[in-house]
Design a protein around this ligand. Structure first.
Ligand code: PHE
Length: 425
């Protein structure tokens, strides 16, 4: 259970609460969510297991893992790709996490209670057009992340997450009750449950895949790093299911909180990256005890973002510590500062944040995912794979079922999604 919660710390973050609702909103709701769930099942769960397997087998960072398993082969490129993806993602993840910190500040200074929906929407517009403010918050968030990683206390922080994550979930559940009582709740629920397939664009499938990989921290080796914490006798199958179910429930729950509010207050479901910042505070403004609810919500979300950011920075640091013999201090400060600089253009308020996000989720993660799936399914031998399965899992359908998925279903699904994107069909 400890391990599952730790990997959940990496998985549950802004991807679930910030990104999932706004992407689902842009791609029309229910139909997108069904595609998303299909991606989690066909690609997410098998790949989660594959990354845990590689991590536990090698006890290494992603670059070192491929180097250990197939020395001198080009597979090591997969590890490099992962390290680069971590850089790209954390640079803009830090900007969004900075927005969350700003909302902690706004909640603490009682900016929502008694404020009209228009004024609340405006608060976000003002933040996203203030470069210096965003750069400052990005810097604070990066300092927090570097502080944790440089002290090597990530696992201590993950322990804190054991309390924070259930609290975040409970708070979201509470908000769900409120959201379902707002006047537009029916339209919100309808939006999330009644698929309108004709509205899905070509890119929606790739977006659903990218979102599934992003949300489960897959395709870049974060879960390889976490797999190395896993004890030998733990069932990889169960862990993968727990993490996938936990992560997906938080995302869907967030959707069910956000959309009733969106429809009740006449907001745009496709408002984009500001969606949760413009909707949830409206609810907080109306709720009894809204001051505390807002504060608790944004503090918990900052924490969830921090535990995901730690895993992003840790991937790159682990490489420099293990392979280049850098000290933990040196690698976390050097890499963290480089990532901060890379994040500055995303904090300037233009198109750059969206560009980096699309680079990571539409390209780097899916390509990384394809390589990891092909490596585990075809690069490793059957016995190498089976050796990581516990006794009960190795014997039966669990092993053969997973092996079938990771060899055929996952890579084929990934390639088809790419071909679809390239308009081959
Ligand atoms: N899964 C994290 C989230 O949902 C983001 C993340 C992506 C973390 C990739 C690590 C690796 O917020």
């Amino acid at each position: 259970m400890g391990f599952v919660l730790a990997s959940m710390g990496s998985a549950v973050g802004l991807g679930n609460v910030w990104r999932f609702p706004y992407i689902a909103g842009q791609y029309g709701g229910a139909a997108f969510i069904l595609l998303y769930i299909a991606c989690v099942l066909a690609v997410g769960v098998p790949l989660l297991l594959a990354e845990f397997l590689i991590g536990r087998k090698t006890q290494r960072n992603p670059v070192g893992a491929f180097r250990t398993l197939r020395p001198g082969s080009p597979w090591v490129f997969t590890g490099w790709l992962g390290v680069s993806a971590g850089f790209v993602i954390l640079s803009y993840y830090g900007v969004v996490a900075g927005w969350v910190l700003h909302y902690v500040y706004l909640s603490a200074s009682n900016a929502f209670v008694g404020t009209s929906p228009e004024q609340i929407t405006d608060l976000f517009t003002r933040l996203s057009s203030n470069r210096w403010l965003q750069i400052c918050w990005l810097m604070i968030f990066m300092l927090l992340t570097i502080g944790v990683v440089s002290r090597g206390i990530s696992r201590g922080i993950e322990a804190g997450n054991k309390i924070m994550m259930p609290l975040l979930f409970a708070l979201l559940l509470g908000l769900l009750f409120y959201a379902l009582q707002t006047p537009g709740a029916i339209s919100g629920v309808d939006f999330l449950l009644r698929p309108e397939w004709e509205k899905l664009g070509r890119i929606a499938v790739l977006e659903a895949l990218g979102q599934a990989l992003f949300s489960l921290s897959l395709g870049m080796g974060a879960m390889i790093t976490y797999g190395s914490y896993l004890s030998r006798d733990t069932s990889l199958v169960r862990c993968s299911f727990f993490v996938a179910i936990g992560d997906t429930s938080v995302a869907i729950l967030a959707g069910f909180v956000v959309f009733p509010i969106v429809f009740s207050f006449g907001l745009e479901p496709s408002a984009g990256p500001g969606l949760i910042f413009q909707t949830l505070p409206i609810a907080f403004a109306q709720l009894p005890g809204g001051y505390w609810v807002a504060l608790a919500f944004f503090v918990l979300l900052s924490f969830a973002a921090l535990t995901s950011a730690i895993s992003l920075l840790e991937v790159a640091c682990a490489y420099f510590i293990d392979e280049q013999r850098w000290s933990r201090q040196r690698s976390s400060w050097t890499l963290g500062s480089a990532i901060f600089l890379l994040g500055v253009p995303s904090a300037l308020g233009g198109e750059f944040l969206g560009f980096m996000d699309s680079l990571a989720t539409n390209y780097l993660l899916p390509i990384g995912a394809l390589l990891i799936a092909v490596f585990t399914g075809w690069g490793l031998g059957r016995d190498e794979r089976r050796a990581e399965f516990t006794h009960a899992d190795a014997a039966g359908f669990r092993f053969t079922g997973w092996a079938f998925l990771i060899r055929f279903v996952t890579p084929v699904a990934l390639v088809l999604i790419f071909l679809h994107q390239l308009r081959v069909f």
